[in-house]
Design a protein around this ligand. Sequence first.
Ligand code: AVI
Length: 332
Amino acid sequence: LPNIMHLLEPRNSREHVEAFAAAVRAGLSREPKTLPFEYFYDDEGSRLFEAICKLPEYYVTRTEDAILRRHAPDMVKCLRRADGPLGEPTLVELGSGSAVKTRRLLAAALKRCGRLDYVPIDVSASALEESAGQLARKFPGLGITGYVADYRRGLERIMATAAGPRLIVFLGSSLGNYTMEGASDLLSMIGGLMGESDRLLLGTDMAKDAPLLEAAYDDSMGVTAAFNLNLLHRMNRELAADFRPDGFRHRAVYRPDRGRVEMHLVSLRDQSVQIPAARIAVRFREGETIHTESSHKYTLGMLAELRGAAGFVEESAWTDHRGWFRLQLWRR
Ligand code: AVI
C-alpha cells in the first residue's frame, strides 16, 4: 500500500488561510497587480487543470507524452537494479498531480530494474492519494511513498534518506511557471541535493508561433478561462471576498520579448472589492489587470542559461518532430 507523508499544514488550517491572505494582500496592493500562480490549484483548480490537459488546443501534455512513450527506456538508463547495500533505484517526481505521463517512465524503469521506489511530491493530498492508489494497483513491484509537501521540504527529506541512484523528474513544463530567476533558484536547490549518480529529467515547452500559444491558453471551450477565474471564486470562498467574477475577463497573451505567455484577469469596469480576511479593499480601474500566471516558452538559449546558472551538465535531450517540447537529462 502507498505510504503518504504529510509535511504541510492541512488546506483548511489557519496557517494556510493566513498565508493565502498575506499573498493576496501583497499581490493586490502592488502596481501592476499580481497573484502567485500556486493558488490556482485548489480542488476545483486541479480538476480544471486536468481538463485543460485533454483540450485539443493544449498540445503540451500530448506532445510531452508522445516523447515519453517513445524514449522512456533511454530516459531511465541511469537507474540500475539494486545489487548491493545501495538500496532500491528511486524515481522522485516533483508536482506529480495525476501522474498519467509518469506511467511511461515507471513501466520502463520497472522493466529495467525489477523493483523501484516511486516518490511523488505534491502539495495536493487528494491528487497524491488518488494517483498513488492507482499506480500501486497497476504496478506490482513499485514501492510508493508520497510526500504532501512543497518541493524544497519534500526533496530535502527524500534526498537525505533514499540511497540508490535517483532520477528526479519534473514534467509538464511546470518549471515554466516560475520567473527565470525563480527557475534558476529552484534548479540550484535541486542540484544542491543531487549526488554524482543522480539525474534530473526536465520537461520544457519551447517557443513557437503566437497563434498556437494563445489558443493553448485561451481555448474555445473556456476551460482555461474558468481555471483563471477560479482564483476569484477561491478568494470569495476562503477569504470572504466579494469579487463578482462576471466583472472580470480572462486574457492570454504571448510576450516573445519576455519569453512567456501571460495570463491576466481584466477588470471590465471601475470597481472595488472587499477582502475581509486579507483586511484590504482593492480598487480596479476599467481595463486594469491582475497578472495571474506566466508560462515560459523556452529557447535553447534560455535553457542553456538556466542550466549554466544552476551548475548542471546536459547528458541527453529528446524532442518531438516539430520541436515543440523538449525533455532533457541533466547531471551535476
Ligand atoms: C502547470 N503549468 C505548466 C501549466 C502551463 O501550461 O503553464 C498551467 C496552465 N495554465 C494555463 N493552462 C495551463
